[in-house]
Structure formats: structure tokens, C-alpha cells
Design a protein around this ligand. Structure first.
Ligand code: FAD
Length: 288
């Protein structure tokens, strides 16, 4: 049976989209165009990342509120605990609950350069949020191990602690080898981790940015991917988009065939590739 054949019989696909708060007027326009384009696909939710400085925090809240008010799609804020006090986190969580937010992506956040310990890890934040209200909580998972974790087993036990603290979904770091994700899912199940583990799909539109990202996130960029982009003009956005879509489509086909039904897209605030990949998965725009 071909991958395309099995795709045409898919049902029950759930998608979610991740955005980041825009920094300029132009990026703001791009973001809202993308939100408008993707909202009719009726994703399970749209999430908004949270940055380390307070300016970006306010922008996260603003984007979340606007998605919630204007699209009818559940808006999900990311929240980090690395540089916030417990009281502040409790207050933010209370405010979110009161404004109708029911899911949060709970993260530790990256440590500021030069530090190597923290009072709170993501598992502690999950517990804190659950104390405030009965949120649905998503956490991060790392098929290729978080860069700071001493080994893969330690990292897996950390994921288990996040589940035991009350998280119900884990979104994976991006990856380029579907097998890497599938093996991770199996290891998590074998470790008794009771979480929906959703692949994080990064449709690549900028190879240079990707190389940088992959470097500090410990994500392996396979040789075939380097080769695929080799010799391509940086100005040639159309070809780069087509390649990025093709790569991500191959990945989701394999995952769908292996029974994966939920997909999270790192949209980078763009809609074109995510939209096309969703279409391939049988996700169609619905009116109203
Ligand atoms: P944790 O689960 O706390 O793990 C961090 C590290 O500490 C791991 O190596 C873990 O094994 C180790 N560890 C855990 N507990 C202990 C312990 N008790 N003792 C010693 N070591 C321990 N960053 C942002 O700033 N904003 C965002 O919006 C954001 N969104 C993200 C979304 C997704 C889906 C993903 C995958 C990542 C995101 N990140 C974001 C990045 C994330 O903040 C970093 O990867 C961060 O370094 C780890 O966060 P975590 O929640 O996975 O941390």
C-alpha cells in the first residue's frame, strides 16, 4: 500500500499551530494574515510563545487575547518559569483562567547565559498551574534529548514527572527523521508515560536559520537535508518553500501511516506550508 493511498483514507486528524509575538508592524501583518488563513482549518488550538523579557510577555498576552476574541479558535499561551517568581506565575495563571484560557504550554525556558541551575523546572510549573485551576497542560518533549540532560533516560524520566504533575500532552521538539520520533514515542510508552505525544513539525523555509536553530537545540540535521539545500540561491524563496513542504510532507506521511493523528506546526508565523501540509492530511477549511 502506498503512502498516498493510506493518506487518502485518513480520518480524525487534529492539528495545532504555534506562533510567536511579532516585533515589527510588518511582522504583525504577516502574523494576522496567517492566523486568518489557518483558523478555518479549525485547529484544536493556536499557541503563542513566551519570551524572556517583559516586553515580549505583554505581547504574548495581547496575541492570545486577540486570537481568542477574533477567531473562535482556542488560544493557548506558552508560559516559562525560569525567570519569574511563584507569586507572579500564580497571578498570570489566575488572569488567564478568568479570561477563559483553559490550556497552557508549560515550560522552564532557556537559562540565561552563564547560569546553570534554576529553582523551578517545567514539572514544578505544571504542579503550580494545576494548583491554581484545572488547566489542560502541554509540555515539551525532546526525541533527541534536551541539550542539558545528562542522558536520554534522565530526560525521559523528566517527561514522566511532567505527566505525573498533571500534564496531558507533550509537544515534541522538531526533528527530521520520522523514525527518531516514532522510537521516542515507543520508549515513552514503555516507560509508562501517560501523555499524548504530538510531533512538532517545522516546515523549513530558511535553511540558514534552521542550521542555527538545530545547533543549539541538539536536533540532528541529516546529510540528505544539507545536500538538498546545497547550491540553492538564498533569494529563491519559492524553491526553498517547495523543498520545505516536500520534506515535511514526507515526514507527516510516514507518521500518519504509523498511527499519528495529532500534529503541531511551528508555523514561524507563516501559513503557506502549514496550510498545504494540513491539506495533504485531509484537513479542510470549514466555514462558521
Ligand atoms: P524542563 O522539562 O524543566 O527540562 C529542562 C532540562 O532540565 C532538561 O535537560 C531536563 O532533563 C532537566 N531537568 C528537569 N528536571 C530536573 C531536575 N530536577 N534536576 C536537574 N535537571 C532537571 N522557550 C521559551 O522561552 N518560550 C517558549 O514559548 C517556548 N516554547 C517551546 C515549545 C516547545 C514545544 C518546545 C519543545 C520548546 C519550547 N521552548 C520555549 C524552549 C524551552 O524553554 C527550552 O527547551 C528549555 O531549555 C527547556 O524547557 P522545558 O520546559 O523542556 O524544561
Amino acid at each position: 500500500e502506498s503512502l498516498n493511498q493510506s493518506l487518502s483514507e485518513l480520518s480524525g486528524i487534529n492539528v495545532s499551530f504555534e506562533f510567536f509575538p511579532p516585533k515589527t508592524e510588518q511582522m504583525e501583518q504577516t502574523l494576522w494574515k496567517s492566523v486568518e488563513r489557518l483558523a478555518p482549518l479549525k485547529p484544536a488550538y493556536m499557541s503563542v510563545t513566551y519570551g524572556a523579557n517583559s516586553g515580549e510577555r505583554d505581547r504574548t498576552h495581547d496575541v492570545v487575547k486577540r486570537i481568542q476574541n477574533e477567531t473562535g479558535v482556542a488560544a493557548v499561551p506558552h508560559l516559562t518559569c525560569v525567570d519569574a517568581g511563584r507569586e507572579e506565575l500564580i497571578q498570570i495563571a489566575k488572569d488567564y483562567w478568568q479570561s477563559g484560557i483553559r490550556r497552557i504550554v508549560a515550560l522552564r525556558g532557556d537559562l540565561p547565559p552563564g547560569t546553570n541551575n534554576t529553582e523551578m523546572y517545567a514539572a514544578d510549573l505544571v504542579a503550580l498551574l494545576k494548583d491554581v485551576a484545572d488547566f489542560d497542560i502541554s509540555v515539551a518533549a525532546y526525541p533527541e534529548k534536551h541539550p542539558e540532560a545528562p542522558n536520554a533516560q534522565f530526560d525521559l524520566l523528566n517527561l514522566k514527572r511532567k505527566a505525573e504533575a498533571g500534564a496531558t500532552q507533550a509537544i515534541s521538539q522538531f526533528f527530521f527523521d520520522a523514525e527518531v520520533f516514532l522510537r521516542f514515542r515507543d520508549r515513552a510508552a514503555a516507560a509508562g508515560i501517560d501523555l499524548d505525544i504530538v510531533p512538532g513539525i517545522l516546515p523549513v523555509t530558511n535553511y540558514q536559520t534552521l542550521k542555527r536553530f538545530a545547533g543549539f537545540t541538539n536536533v540532528h540535521v541529516p546529510n540528505w537535508l544539507h545536500k538538498m539545500y546545497d547550491g540553492l540561491d538564498q533569494e529563491d524563496q519559492t524553491t526553498r518553500n517547495l523543498l520545505g513542504a516536500s520534506i515535511a510532507m514526507d515526514t507527516v506521511k510516514v507518521l500518519a501511516k504509523e498511527g499519528i493523528r495529532d500534529f503541531h506546526f511551528y508555523t514561524l508565523n507563516r501559513s503557506e506550508l502549514s496550510y498545504a501540509i494540513c491539506h495533504l492530511l485531509g484537513v479542510r477549511a470549514q466555514n462558521g
